[in-house]
Design a protein around this ligand. Structure first.
Ligand code: NAP
Length: 259
């Protein structure tokens, strides 16, 4: 039995839809007080309405993780609204597609600004509050793409998701004396609004490449985040959990088709 997370203060960046909303739902269902962020205020308010009625309250804080002033304001407002901060789920991220041949410098700058700088500097801005918590937790949403696998069109995306893990390992060391753990979840293909935008063909092809024969649910990722946020996971830091239905396992197409 894990120590209840109820009453903990949790910030989920990019928590207004997709995986982040699933993380928020799992934590709020367990009684945590949750702040979700996103750029779009209407989407944020809609997410709060959807997540109402769970054991813990959910509030929306508008902000872009790619903008310095937004990050520091969101960190401060989280503490004001929730009375502190115990868990940061650094989840906000984008996954536009561009092959290396067509990629512009601007494409690269834009994805680095959100996925790498947005993650690293959001963590930095939350450290004082996480340290005051005495049981601070950071859980980064990386991906199998980059750290484990490749996919044409996502060399820049894969680079950002691998960069998050490079950041995580040193951040975990630097923040250990402050009692803060830093870990990452690596989702495979999870059914989200963002993934839907890649089209039906992509979704079917992915489903067929997963040994468990289904796309991940956002709550599958939320549950892994919840585990890493527990008191009992307090001795785990600088580590990754792949949550992908076994997608990275088959050595070959034949291996996959033989099951
Ligand atoms: P999604 O459905 O597109 O949702 C993205 C969320 O992030 C939204 O709440 C969005 O709200 C917010 N967001 C985007 N850019 C932001 C910014 N600059 N500042 C603040 N919030 C921002 O995406 P998802 O599929 O849930 O993916 C979430 C995370 O999981 C990403 O880091 C992604 O790389 C990772 N991931 C996803 C999958 C998958 O299969 N879905 C697999 C592996 C990893 P606004 O648009 O209102 O800002």
């Amino acid at each position: 039995m894990f120590t209840p997370i109820s009453g903990c203060a949790v910030l989920v960046t990019g928590g207004t839809r997709g995986i982040g909303k699933g993380i928020a739902r799992v934590f709020a269902a367990a009684g945590a007080r949750v702040a979700v962020t996103g750029r779009d205020a209407a989407g944020g308010e809609a997410a709060v309405r959807d997540l109402a009625g769970l054991a813990g309250e959910v509030v929306f804080l508008q902000g872009d993780v790619g903008v310095e002033a937004d990050r520091s304001r969101v960190a401060a407002e989280t503490v004001d609204r929730l009375g502190g901060l115990d868990v940061l789920c650094a989840n906000a991220g984008v996954f536009p597609s561009a092959t290396l041949a067509e990629m512009t410098e601007q494409d690269l700058d834009e994805i680095l600004a959100v996925n790498v700088k947005g993650t690293m500097l959001m963590v930095r801005d939350c450290v004082p509050a996480l340290e005051r918590s005495g049981r601070g937790r950071v859980v980064i949403t990386s991906s199998i793409t980059g750290p484990v696998t490749g996919y044409p069109g996502w060399s820049h995306y894969g680079a950002t998701k691998a960069a998050q893990l490079g950041f995580m390992r040193t951040a975990a060391m630097e923040l250990a004396p402050k009692g803060i753990t830093v870990n990452a979840v690596l989702p495979g293909n999870v059914a989200t609004e963002g993934l839907d935008e890649l089209g039906e063909d992509y979704l079917r092809q992915m489903e067929e490449s997963i040994p468990l024969r289904r796309l991940g649910a956002v709550e599958d990722i939320g549950n892994a985040c919840l585990f890493l946020a527990t008191v009992e996971a307090g001795y785990i830091t600088g580590q990754t959990i792949v949550v992908d239905g076994g997608q990275v396992l088959p050595e070959s197409l034949q291996a996959l088709q033989s099951i």
